[in-house]
Design a protein around this ligand. Structure first.
Ligand code: SIN
Length: 344
């Protein structure tokens, strides 16, 4: 079932002014006065739970569009893979959904290999570094490249850094040997697991819990909010705080849908999304902290922090993956990303 959300809090002044202008423009083009015209349907599908950064961002987006759109656009939210799972980008191409926020890891196999840069292990030390890339010129350039695959990139959203879970602590590279690890469909993530002597198993997000429960896979990598909200703590008694990779999203729509919107509605959607993304990005760190705090109190689950030497050993082990894929994502892009990271 699509999810509805109560009204968001009072917006900031410049936005209020922009909406007043938008309201006037709506009146001029007929906007809400187009009585009887059926609302434009915008289905927003995603694979995670509502109480994650992506789930909260989508709820905020829906509320803002409904509040400001005078009934012209109806946003239906489908969280938790209710409508589409990891086949969501194909559904977008076919016009079976209008908006998505796939994990950046999933764009490489969808024909935009430059996005693999985000999967490189230990490339980013914190979210501030990620944002210097996603919220600047490099990020804008990457969103533009999505046009090659019939997607219009609308913005970036953070989740957080991934931690490794298994039935044992994973403190050293040797601990990974022989494990079957669920990964997203990403060449970098597959190679990362092979470099550790593990076997990567590509599975849709929505099937991960079942695969862990049935023993099809032994381990997984997730940011805390996904680990918590998917109920993985009941299946994976050890969570090692490796912080080895970033997980974030790009919000995309189909150019055909985008062009079908009136100019006024494009501004409406763009503005609402910009605010919703800012909200989601603000929440990301808080939800990460809250999830970790909850996980620390979860009976039967043990969290393992890595010491500096252990983290360094893991990073050294994964260095060939960074060097190998650094070449395939393009030396120029990697240099730009590293320059943006270092520009803070
Ligand atoms: C998501 O956060 O959208 C899912 C990421 C994954 O497939 O692990």
């Amino acid at each position: 079932m699509p999810v509805e959300y109560p009204s968001p809090s009072t917006p900031s002044l410049p936005r209020v002014r922009r909406r007043a202008l938008l309201g006037a423009a709506c009146a001029l083009v007929g906007g809400p006065a187009l009585a009887g015209a059926p609302p434009v349907l915008l289905r927003f599908s995603h694979v995670v739970a509502p109480d994650t950064p992506k789930g909260q961002m989508a709820l905020r987006f829906q509320a803002l569009v409904h509040q400001r759109g005078g009934g012209r656009i109806r946003v239906e939210l489908y969280p938790d893979s209710q409508l589409w799972g990891d086949d969501e980008m194909e559904a977008l191409r076919l016009g079976a959904v209008e908006m998505l926020a796939p994990s950046l890891s999933k764009f490489g196999m969808a024909g935009v290999p430059e996005f693999e840069v985000f999967d490189l292990p230990y490339l980013f030390a914190d979210l501030a570094q990620v944002r210097r890339v996603t919220q600047g010129a490099v990020g804008r350039g990457l969103l533009e490249r999505l046009a090659r695959q019939q997607m219009r990139g609308l913005g970036f959203l953070d989740n957080g850094f991934k931690q490794m879970s298994a039935r044992r602590a994973l403190r050293t590279p040797a601990d990974y040997r022989g494990l079957r690890v669920r990964v997203q469909a990403s060449r970098v993530l597959g190679e990362q697991m092979r470099a550790l002597g593990a076997q990567p198993v590509v599975l849709p997000f929505g099937e991960t819990q079942r695969a862990l429960a049935s023993g099809v896979v032994d381990a997984a990598e997730n940011p805390p909010s996904n680990f918590l909200t998917q109920g993985l703590a009941a299946l994976q008694p050890h969570l090692t705080l490796t912080q080895h990779g970033y997980l974030g999203y790009a919000v995309v729509t189909h150019p055909r849908f985008w062009e079908s919107l009136s100019r006024v509605d494009r501004v409406l959607v763009d503005d609402a999304l910009a605010e919703a993304l800012a909200h989601g990005n603000r929440l990301a760190e808080a939800l990460d902290r809250q999830a970790l705090a909850t996980l620390r109190q979860t009976p039967g689950l043990r969290l393992h922090a890595l010491g500096a030497a252990e983290r360094e050993a893991l990073r050294r082990h994964l260095r060939p993956v960074v060097d190998g894929f650094g070449r395939s994502v393009g030396a120029g892009l990697l240099r730009d990303v590293q320059r943006a990271i270092g520009s803070g």
